[in-house]
Design a protein around this ligand. Structure first.
Ligand SMILES: Nc1ncnc2c1ncn2[C@@H]1O[C@H](COP(=O)(O)OP(=O)(O)OP(=O)(O)O)[C@@H](O)[C@H]1O
Ligand SMILES: O=C(O)c1ccc[n+]([C@@H]2O[C@H](COP(=O)([O-])O)[C@@H](O)[C@H]2O)c1
Length: 217
């Protein structure tokens, strides 16, 4: 019998946008993951949340994933300590899933910041990493990252299911030119000229929730 697979896209999701959704769906298709969990962090280690607490970010993520059968909202980090260090989350998941392939998905901006993550060298002992394409202004790649890339990179995603952890796969996901910060800025401006752009990038139920709760005003 094949081992279980846990595939997660961790994020602040403040708010979750179609860039997250489309990229996660692309990844699922490309690596043949049965599902991808969008996992809102309780408190991001390197970001402010502008006072938007986990309750709102989780509810928006639930709404953003609701209409996609391949996606779900993973609540594992809500019961863990703050800040939400990924190594701690993966240790927690690994305790109950010894043999599962655990796949942690991230955008290229997160990948390029990896050497600043808490105990980052342990990440590949606990999970595989799958990197999604994303435009980033960061041009410098730390030498330590170049090294782990050359030691762990695979070109065939089927390998992600042959061992529980330890590989890095660069997915050919379509670029999604959007960020939560751009959306927060646009929502604050409340400009009517941006309303169709907001509709393009935010699901109606998420936008409705933002308005109802007067978030990002
Ligand atoms: N447009 C996108 N394309 C690909 N990956 C993305 C995109 N937006 C976010 N991600 C990835 O999803 C994960 C969670 O991102 P996050 O919730 O912080 O959104 P964000 O848009 O980067 O937020 P912010 O603008 O507030 O920094 C990160 O690994 C990030 O790299
Ligand atoms: O563990 C860390 O030090 C760490 C540092 C930055 C980000 N992360 C995780 O990376 C994911 C994306 O984070 P963010 O800040 O881009 O929303 C989310 O799951 C964070 O908990 C983790």
């Amino acid at each position: 019998m094949s081992e279980p697979v846990i595939c997660l896209l961790g994020g602040t999701f403040n708010p979750p946008h179609q860039g997250h959704i489309k990229a996660a769906l692309d990844v699922a298709g490309e690596i043949h993951a049965p599902s991808v969990g969008l996992m809102p962090c309780r408190m991001p280690p390197h970001k402010e949340t502008d006072g938007v607490g986990e309750k709102h970010r989780v509810e928006m993520t639930r709404r953003a994933t609701a209409s996609h059968s391949t996606l779900y909202t993973e609540l594992a980090e809500l019961s863990l300590d703050e800040p939400s260090y990924t190594v701690k989350t993966l240790q927690y998941l690994r305790r109950n899933n010894h043999k599962a392939s655990i796949i942690f998905v991230m955008g290229e901006d997160s990948w390029l910041s990896l050497t600043s993550w808490f105990e980052w060298r342990q990440l590949l002992d606990l999970a595989h990493i799958v990197v999604m394409r994303r435009e980033t202004t960061e041009k410098k790649v730390p030498a330590a990252l170049v090294k782990i890339k050359s030691d762990h990179k695979i070109c065939d995603p089927a390998k992600l299911y042959q061992q529980p952890a330890g590989f890095i796969y660069f997915a050919e996901t379509q670029l999604q030119p959007i960020s939560s910060s751009q959306l927060r800025d646009a929502l604050r401006q409340q400009s009517s000229s941006r309303s169709s752009w907001l509709d393009d990038w935010l699901q109606p139920s998420v936008l409705h929730y933002i308005r109802e709760n007067r978030l990002y005003v």
